[in-house]
Design a protein around this ligand. Sequence first.
Ligand code: HEC
Ligand code: HEC
Ligand code: HEC
Ligand code: HEC
Ligand code: HEC
Ligand code: HEC
Ligand code: HEC
Length: 371
Amino acid sequence: MSRAVVLSVGALLVLLAGGIAYLLPSQETHAPAQPSPSGINQWQAFITEHFAFDEACKDCHVEQFAAHQRSGHSRTATPMRETNVADKLDGTEYRDQRRDQSFTFKRSSDSFLVQATEENPFPVHWLLGSGVHARTPVSIDPVSGHGVEFRWSWFAHLDGIGVTPDHQRFDDYKPHSLECYGRPLDPKQALACVNCHMTAVPPDGVSPTQDMFYPNVSCERCHGPRKEHVRLAKLGQAEEAKPLLQYNDQTTYMRQCAQCHRDETNIPPNSEQSALARYQPYGLQKSKCFQSSKNMTCSTCHDPHDSTSSDRRMYNDTCLQCHQAPEQTPCALQPAGDCVTCHMPAVEWEAGIEFHDHWIRVVDSSDREQP
Ligand code: HEC
Ligand code: HEC
Ligand code: HEC
Ligand code: HEC
Ligand code: HEC
Ligand code: HEC
Ligand code: HEC
């Protein structure tokens, strides 16, 4: 008998508010999940009953909807077959620069396949990332739940494909193994991967065919399932639908974003200093600005609905809203300079990709070496 799949909005809210742990398979070892028709039906019924999907918010929340369309959040997980990367790759061959190996690509009406030299063709399910920096494909096997992060990614600065960051360690691989295609992911890793790029992913025990995932960081990932709110709002009773997730204090606010953007509690162990700049909640929470002001959140400088602004004047003005005499001592060095360049510098992570260090401080070159 298949394992019962326990689904409730309460459990899902705990998930959305507290991180991915609740959706992940339990630590106990068990046989690979078998397809479970009852689990599939329950999951689909659960999604239909509680979720309204972004289009349903469009007419009433025009501004947030338009901003969200600009943000990478709204298109961070796309079925591979439907992407423009698939258009470009279809029928082409890519030579791996670090292995004696080539990959050929082929799209059909219902799939996108990659085939490595002397290997069987392999389906590519998802392309993760909107492409601000990069887009990386992953697949999850519907029967076993095991996944693979492919060895090739599309890079914005190349306008083409190259080796996926951190895959140098798979330069040596066993032919006819999954490593031939990329980094193998156990079911837990596969769900964790997509759970940061999606709104809802099926729980352990449900065999995850591609249509079971609710892709992208949609409105309802940050605001909880909203079908009831839509129903009541249409009756003119929107205020009766209470907010499901709160952003009115610093701690709960940061916890939501940190599920995916990461803080002290979930940064990968042994991260190098240059990698830590990727994790904005981690950095921001170490800043005196954050700790002393008590009300600073990501919204102090960003609209969480929109893409990141590159308007330096706006950021510097925000710094100066607090850093003005007499309440605060102005900068000893350049009280009217470009604050971000010196106090939140861009740091290279990998493959030419940069992140701004959100640990706002007087940066000296020596403390870059040690965390
Ligand atoms: C028929 C119009 C309508 C639709 C459709 C609608 N809303 Fe609302 N929404 C409102 C109104 C009116 C308010 C203000 C109610 C109040 O004062 O709390 C509101 C408030 C909100 C708020 C702020 C207060 C809170 O509850 O957190 C959020 C967030 C929100 N809506 C999200 C959504 C999302 C997400 C969707 C789509 C799934 C959606 N709304 C669809 C009318 C609508
Ligand atoms: C479910 C995971 C998840 C949550 C929760 C989340 N984010 Fe994100 N965020 C992402 C991913 C993934 C990206 C990269 C999107 C892409 O592919 O471009 C991103 C990108 C962003 C960007 C850059 C958008 C752009 O297009 O320039 C900002 C800003 C951002 N997030 C802020 C926030 C804030 C603020 C919160 C909390 C209120 C938050 N995020 C919550 C996953 C998440
Ligand atoms: C803990 C949450 C988390 C996990 C797990 C995770 N990501 Fe992400 N990913 C993010 C966030 C947040 C960003 C946005 C980083 C930023 O711009 O600050 C991102 C960015 C990306 C980008 C670049 C997007 C762009 O447009 O530049 C790609 C590609 C990506 N992730 C692929 C993956 C793949 C593949 C996996 C799994 C094998 C994975 N991610 C696992 C949270 C996560
Ligand atoms: C990455 C997380 C995130 C996503 C995705 C998101 N919101 Fe929000 N939303 C927030 C936060 C955080 C606030 C709290 C106000 C603030 O800090 O700007 C908020 C506030 C709101 C409000 C209250 C009015 C306001 O702007 O302050 C409405 C309405 C709303 N969101 C609707 C939506 C709709 C509709 C979508 C999808 C089109 C959406 N949100 C997507 C994080 C998000
Ligand atoms: C919401 C108010 C607020 C904002 C906005 C703000 N800060 Fe701060 N910042 C503070 C407070 C409060 C302190 C602590 C002052 C103290 O301890 O005397 C601080 C401390 C600092 C410090 C000293 C850090 C240390 O470790 O000693 C620097 C540098 C700094 N801020 C730069 C900036 C820059 C640059 C920006 C804009 C990107 C900024 N701040 C935005 C409130 C703010
Ligand atoms: C004091 C202002 C400030 C606060 C608070 C802040 N950011 Fe930023 N953020 C910036 C600046 C400045 C940039 C660089 C923008 C540019 O010029 O490209 C940036 C860039 C980003 C980017 C683009 C990738 C990168 O690192 O360059 C993401 C994603 C992001 N911030 C997310 C967040 C999240 C999530 C939070 C809350 C944990 C947050 N930010 C809080 C100022 C801030
Ligand atoms: C050219 C690089 C540079 C620029 C631009 C710059 N700063 Fe600074 N800032 C520094 C350095 C270096 C120090 C340490 C000076 C010292 O200790 O004598 C400092 C000190 C500070 C401090 C005091 C930290 C302490 O020791 O308590 C604050 C606050 C601060 N800056 C804020 C800002 C703000 C706000 C801006 C933008 C208006 C800004 N800085 C622009 C380099 C810069």
